[in-house]
Each structure stands twice: as structure tokens, then as C-alpha cells.
Design a protein around this ligand. Structure first.
Ligand code: ADP
Length: 758
């Protein structure tokens, strides 16, 4: 079909069908025989209201007559425009009815309801919008509203504000009942309700959404009643959360400022402090009249004023940052050191608006700084100390490893050398490198000192690797690279991994070559000494024994001589004879002492328990003559028993007691007291006298044979007594010594074995 020329050359040749189809407005073409052709927009619209496709179903009844009139007019060749009421829209439509060849063209232009436009617009902005009837039923809604409220459009339409399904709250959490919703209030009061915060429960998310609701009442078009209400709301949940966050951090910031800043102030651009300055008043106690302008300087410490003024002037002149320190008088009259800062506040046009400043209490900051400094110092000290300790430790271990005289080896669990120090390398003639990685036993520990092979299983080091026990070996050998044995003593200590398993061992080896040599030498010396001692004793015994015979002969003849010629020769010969007899007697006594001394070494000792009290009784008997003659006293307190040979011990005590009685100060009666007490396995016997005493330098000498400190004329004796005492004591496994000083008396101490337990 071709449309007739409608007066515009521009349509010439255009496919009228295509044009009609593209037109967004509904268009109907009435043919001469009464048939109706609808374009796509018209078809879609009509389909909603008429199953049969009746074009007239689009219009409300009141519009039917005027349309029919217009069609009649068109058929007559007139074009008419009529205002029509379309069924589904509030706004009226404009229908243009124009004549065509044998028919009419109807073009409907529906002005869209501003409300619909608004709904769409709000949707585009993500804002929810509903229109409610006077009974609060929801008449219209956009998609955003449904989305925000968590419902479909269908669920929303028809619902009213009193529906108990709504769950709404005020920001403080209290209930927000339907009859107080902004939409209801707007309807009731015909006043706009603006930006009312409201929490609405979103069933899909099971969470509260925060809305900001504005409700605008309006009268329905073309009538005074009924009223309607349009509600627009934004979902501010996220904004709310962000604001809460901002408020929180602001609070935090504020408390921070309050904690550190004592005073906040501001001045006009010229630098005058103008009331109100609540913090300044609070801190300084100044009244507005007192601080106004430059009155604030009055609260600054007099000594700091000049500096403060100068700095303030510089800042005002240059418009730069104001920083100064001064002492500010607090309301209680004390001065507080303050760090003062001021910044010029400038608007976007570069105009100076004001100065904003803070005074910060420096004492608190200084205190904190001080505390921090102390803390730092302490920390540093601790670090230094720890560093030193570590350095020392490292130095120590390095020293131990490299400089230690002892050789140190490290072995792994298989007995392979993992480290060796220079001393170890020196001792065994291997380089460190050649030992590391080698099995230690096979390399340096393969044979015993006597040349027998040393099986690994028997090696104490190997056993330590197996059982984790520390072992000490006092005498062993390790083999030098050149084939000779090095006598060693060593300690093998296991090392453990983190799980506690033995993962190796450290061996500290001491080269005991020198010690072994010294021991050998000492042993040889001892053997030598023993031999020569034996020789000497043999000699003394033989000598004294053999000397007795000729002495007896000399003695006998001297006696014979004396008996036969006494008084017949001149007096001098008698005197000579006397000397001779005397010498023989002394010689005999000397020889007997020497013989008994020498015999001591040869006697087989038969040890038995001996009661000291019995020994003392025997000794007392032996010295009875002396006691009777010189009138001394002998007492004892000896409750113990000793383990020894009675006859020798009697001789020992007799010698000591008789010395005590003998070496007396002239005119002073001798007192000898003997005591005993058990000390461990030994009995300690002390023989104390009140005699002449012995100077310390002679304490050792008097125990040697024939050593005396006095002429025989003063105190008789051979100088063998104490030598015999020592020999007897030592034969019993004891010790003899003395404590004495001249004129202080002497105490001879000796130890003898106690009776052993059965
Ligand atoms: P001696 O036969 O002279 O007593 P000893 O060997 O018993 O020989 O004593 C050696 C010397 O030790 C004595 O000559 C004496 O000088 C000194 N001496 C021994 N016992 C005592 C004592 N109890 N008080 C003072 N001096 C003593």
C-alpha cells in the first residue's frame, strides 16, 4: 500500500509501511471499506485491552463520540485534532485524525504522565519511588523501590502502609509503626516529609537497610480529592556505615587531639584573639576581656614574651607557619611549657580567613620522650650486653676450637669426622682437610697401644654414638700420620638433633705423652729410691748387727781393765778408762737404736685391734722411773681402738711421752696429756706437753735420724726417737706432725688406722 501524498515532498517514494512500523506512537489506518490497519505500537497497546484487537478499546467511553466525529470529518477531507482519554494513563492523549485516499489516518500521541517519567527517572538514579492512594495502597512503584525493599513490584503494588508485614525501625532501634511512616504523615498533613531516616528489614538479605525517605503529598490531577502521596527513598545503608566509620575515626582523632593538645584557639587574619576561646579560657583562666587582642600575652611567662611576640610577628608578616615555645600560665598559676603552632587558613581565592592554632603541653611530651629515651637506652644496653655476650661466646668457642691445647673432633652419627681443630691436626700429623669426611676410627683409632687391632664395636666413641652416653677414657692411644701411637685421654660427648636423637659426638682429646713420661719417670724414681732405701736399711742392719760384736769385745775388755787396774794407775788413766766405758755404752745404745730402726722395715706387721688405753698403760710403765724421779704427770683420754701392731705402737707412744717429760723447762713440773678421736677412717692421737717447745724451722728436721737440737749434756738422747716414731706411723699408713713454738709446749699429732668394719 502506498500512502497518498500528505503534502510533503520528502515522503515521496518512502515505504509507508516501514514508516508506520517505526513510529513509536500508535497509528491506525481506516480503509474505505471499514477495515483497520494498526502499526506495531498500536498493536501492542490494543492487545492489552482487547482480545479481538478493537482499536477503540484504547479509549475511555467519554472519548468515543469525539473520535467518531473527527473520523467523519476526515472522510470529508478535514484534518482534526481531538483530546482523548486513554484507558491506562492519567494524562490525556492527543489524537490527530487526517484524511487519506478513501479513508482516515489516526495518530495518537499520549503525553506521558510526569509521574511515570519521574518513576523512570528515579529508577535511573537508583532511588526507590512509590505512589500511594489516600488509603496508603501502593498504586505505582519503580524497580528500584522493589529492589531496595527486597520484594517484587507485584508484591509491592496494592500493599498499604499499615500492612503488619512491614518491619521498620528508627535509627535508635525503636519500632517505626506504619501509621507514623512519612508517607502517611504527608497524606495526613499535606506537608512534605523530608529526609526521614528509616531502617527497613530486607527479607532476602536478612539484614536491615537504612533508608532516607522523602514523602511529597499531592492532589490527584483534575480533582480536589482524592489526594496521593509520592515517596522517594534512597538506600543509605552503605553511606550510613561509612558515616559511622567516619564518626568513629573522628572521635578517635578528637580524643587524640584532646589527649595531647591542651588549648585550641583562633584569631582573626590580623592576629587578634577574639572571644569565644573556650579552651583558652578553661586553661589560662583568663576572661575574654583579658585575652582579647594581644591580651593573651599576659598569660605567657614574662621571660618568654619577647620570643613569642617576635615569632608571631614573623608568622603574621609572612603568612607562614607559626611555631614557638613558651611557658603558659595555667589557671592555678603554674607555668606549663607549651609548643605553640598556628596555621593561616586561606580560602580558595587565596584570602586569609583566620589563624588556627594549638598549644601543646610539652611537659607531657617531654615526659614521654624521657620515658622513651630511657626505654631506648635500656633496650640499647640490653642489646649491647647481649651482643657482647654473643661476641664473647663466639670468641670463646673460636678460642676453644682453634687455640685450645686440647684436640677437638666432631663426628656425625656414622662416626665420620665433621670438624677438627688445629690442635687435633697437630697432634695426629694430619691436615684438618684430610681428616674431615674420613671415618675417625679407621683413620686414627684402629689399633690398641700394644698393636692389637681395635674393632669398631669395642670403641667407646662408637658406643657413645649408639647409646648417647658420655664417656671418659683416661688412657688410650690414637695413631699419628707417621705411624706412631700418641698416648691420649679423651671425653666423648654425644650431640643431639632437635628431636633429641643422637646425631653425632664431640671428642675432646688430651695428648698425655708428657704426663705418661712424667709418670714413668716418677715411677722409676720411686723404684730407685725404694731400692736405695732397702740397700741402706740392709747396710744399717748389717752394720749395726756386725758392729755389736767388736763393740761387745771392746766393752768387755774395758770393763776388765777397769776392774783390774782401777786405782792402780795414775788418776788420768782412770779418767781415760771411764771415758772409754762411757763411749762404749753410748755406742751400744746408738747401735741398738739404729738396729731397731733398721729392723722396722724388715718386720712383717701383724695388724690387730689395739686399745689405746692399754697402750697408754704400757707406756706409763715404761716412763715410770722418769715420772718418779722428776715428778711429772701423765694423763690421757683415749677412748678409741686402732688397727695395728701393739708392740710398735707402745714404743711409739713411749717415745713421744718420754720426750714430753724430758724436754722440760727448768723448775717446772712436766705435764703430758694424751687424747684421741676418730676422724673418718683414722684415729687422730695428740700428745701435748708444757715443755720448752720447738721453733718452726726445726719441725721437719727433728724426724730425721740422729737429729737433735740440744747438747747431750743438757738433754740426753741419740736423736733416733722421732725417726723411729715416724717410721712406725708411716708403716701403719698414718702421718705424724707437730704444732709447737718455743716456750709454748709441743703437741705431736699422729694418725693411725681405725679398726676396719668387718
Ligand atoms: P732425742 O733422742 O734427742 O730425744 P728425738 O728424735 O726423740 O731424739 O728428738 C729429736 C730432738 O727433737 C730432740 O733432741 C729435741 O731437741 C727435740 N724434741 C723432741 N721432742 C721434744 C719435745 N717434746 N719438746 C721439745 N723438744 C723436743
Amino acid at each position: 500500500m502506498t500512502l497518498p501524498d500528505a503534502g510533503s515532498a520528502a515522503f515521496h517514494g518512502v515505504d509507508a509501511q516501514a514508516l508506520l512500523a517505526a513510529l513509536p506512537d500508535p497509528v491506525a489506518l481506516l480503509g474505505p471499506s471499514g477495515q483497520v490497519i494498526l502499526n506495531r505500537a498500536a498493536q501492542a497497546r490494543v492487545a492489552q485491552y482487547s482480545a479481538t484487537g478493537d482499536w477503540m478499546a484504547l479509549f475511555q467511553g467519554s472519548s468515543v463520540a469525539p473520535i467518531q466525529d473527527a473520523v467523519q470529518a476526515a472522510l470529508r477531507g478535514e484534518t482534526r485534532q481531538v483530546t482523548v482519554q486513554v484507558v491506562d494513563t492519567v494524562a490525556p492523549g492527543l489524537l490527530t485524525v487526517a484524511p487519506t485516499a478513501g479513508g482516515a489516518l489516526l495518530h495518537l500521541h499520549v503525553a506521558r504522565d510526569p509521574l511515570e517519567v519521574a518513576l523512570e527517572l528515579m529508577d535511573g538514579l537508583g532511588l526507590g519511588m512509590t505512589v500511594q492512594a489516600p488509603d496508603t495502597r501502593i498504586l505505582l512503584t519503580n524497580d528500584a523501590a522493589a529492589r531496595i525493599l527486597g520484594m517484587t513490584r507485584e508484591q509491592l503494588l496494592g500493599r498499604d502502609s499499615m500492612d503488619p508485614e512491614w518491619r521498620a525501625v528508627h535509627p535508635d532501634g525503636t519500632d517505626f509503626p506504619g501509621e507514623t511512616h512519612p508517607s502517611v504523615q504527608a497524606l495526613r498533613s499535606m506537608q512534605v516529609q523530608r529526609d526521614v531516616p528509616m531502617g527497613v528489614y530486607h527479607p532476602g538479605e536478612a539484614a536491615w537497610r537504612w533508608l532516607q525517605v522523602t514523602a511529597i503529598p499531592r492532589r490527584a490531577p483534575g480533582a480536589t480529592q482524592p489526594k496521593q502521596v509520592t515517596t522517594v527513598f534512597a538506600d543509605v545503608t552503605e553511606r550510613q556505615q561509612m558515616q559511622a566509620e567516619v564518626r568513629r575515626s573522628e572521635r578517635r582523632f578528637r580524643s587524640l587531639v584532646e589527649a595531647t593538645t591542651q588549648v585550641v584557639w583562633n584569631t582573626d587574619p590580623a592576629g587578634s584573639l577574639l572571644p569565644p576561646q573556650p579552651r583558652w579560657e578553661e586553661f589560662t583562666g583568663q576572661t575574654p576581656d583579658e585575652y582579647r587582642g594581644t591580651g593573651w600575652l599576659d598569660a605567657v611567662h614574662p621571660d618568654d614574651r619577647a620570643g613569642a611576640i617576635h615569632d608571631w610577628q614573623v608568622a603574621l608578616n609572612t603568612g607562614g607557619l607559626y611555631t614557638t615555645e613558651y611557658r603558659l600560665r595555667r589557671a592555678d598559676g603554674t607555668y606549663v611549657p607549651m609548643l605553640t603552632r598556628g596555621v593561616p587558613i586561606i580560602d580558595e581565592r587565596g584570602q586569609l580567613l583566620e589563624w588556627l592554632g594549638t598549644n601543646t603541653d610539652l611537659s607531657a611530651i617531654r615526659e614521654a620522650e624521657q620515658a622513651l629515651k630511657l626505654l631506648n637506652a635500656e633496650l640499647e644496653e640490653r642489646v649491647q650486653q647481649r651482643t657482647q655476650e654473643l661476641a664473647q661466646l663466639t670468641r670463646f668457642s673460636t678460642l676453644l676450637l682453634t687455640a685450645a691445647g686440647e684436640s677437638i673432633f666432631g663426628l656425625d652419627a656414622r662416626g665420620v669426622t665433621t670438624f677438627a681443630n688445629p690442635a687435633a691436626a697437630r697432634m695426629l700429623g694430619h691436615s684438618i682437610e684430610s681428616m674431615i669426611g674420613q671415618e675417625q676410627h679407621a683413620l686414627v683409632h684402629h689399633h690398641h697401644a700394644d698393636g692389637r687391632p681395635f674393632p669398631l664395636e669395642d670403641c667407646p666413641i662408637h658406643q657413645t654414638l649408639l647409646d648417647g652416653q658420655t664417656r671418659r677414657v683416661d688412657r688410650d692411644v690414637m695413631w699419628h700420620a707417621q705411624g706412631h701411637a700418641v698416648p691420649v685421654a679423651y671425653v666423648v660427648t654425644p650431640t643431639h638433633d632437635q628431636a633429641g636423637e643422637v646425631n653425632g659426638a664431640v671428642i675432646m682429646v688430651q695428648d698425655i705423652t708428657e704426663r705418661v713420661r712424667a709418670q714413668t719417670q716418677l715411677q722409676e724414681l720411686i723404684d730407685d729410691l725404694e731400692r736405695s732405701n732397702q740397700d741402706l736399711e740392709q747396710f744399717a742392719y748389717v752394720a749395726s748387727h756386725d758392729l755389736q760384736e767388736p763393740l761387745r769385745t771392746v766393752g768387755s775388755y774395758a770393763e776388765l781393765l777397769a776392774r783390774r787396774y782401777q786405782g792402780q794407775l795414775d788418776p788420768r788413766a782412770d779418767q781415760y778408762l771411764h771415758f772409754m766405758q762411757d763411749a762404749v755404752t753410748r755406742m751400744r745404745s746408738l747401735i741398738q737404736d739404729l738396729l731397731s730402726f733398721a729392723r722396722l722395715s724388715r718386720t712383717e706387721l701383724n695388724f690387730a685391734p689395739v686399745t689405746l688405753n692399754d697402750l697408754m698403760l704400757a707406756a706409763q710403765q715404761n716412763v715410770q722411773a722418769t715420772l718418779d724421779a722428776a715428778g711429772g704427770t701423765l694423763t690421757w683420754d683415749t677412748p678409741d681402738q686402732v688397727w695395728g701392731q701393739g708392740s710398735l705402737l707402745t714404743q711409739l707412744l713411749t717415745n713421744l711421752v718420754s720426750n714430753g717429760l724430758k724436754f722440760q723447762r727448768p723448775g717446772q713440773p712436766a705435764k703430758v696429756h694424751v687424747t684421741s678421736r676418730q676422724e673418718g677412717d683414722m684415729i687422730h692421737v695428740s700428745v701435748r706437753d708444757n715443755g720448752i717447745g720447738i721453733a718452726p724451722e726445726y719441725h721437719a728436721r727433728i724426724f730425721e735420724i740422729f737429729q737433735r737440737l740440744h747438747r747431750r749434756e743438757t738433754y740426753a738422747g741419740n736423736g733416733m726417737g722421732l725417726a723411729i716414731c715416724r717410721k712406725i706411723t708411716e708403716h701403719h699408713g698414718g702421718r705424724i706432725w707437730l704444732e709447737s713454738a718455743p716456750d709454748q709446749g709441743s703437741t705431736f699429732h699422729l694418725t693411725l688406722p681405725a679398726v676396719p668394719h668387718p
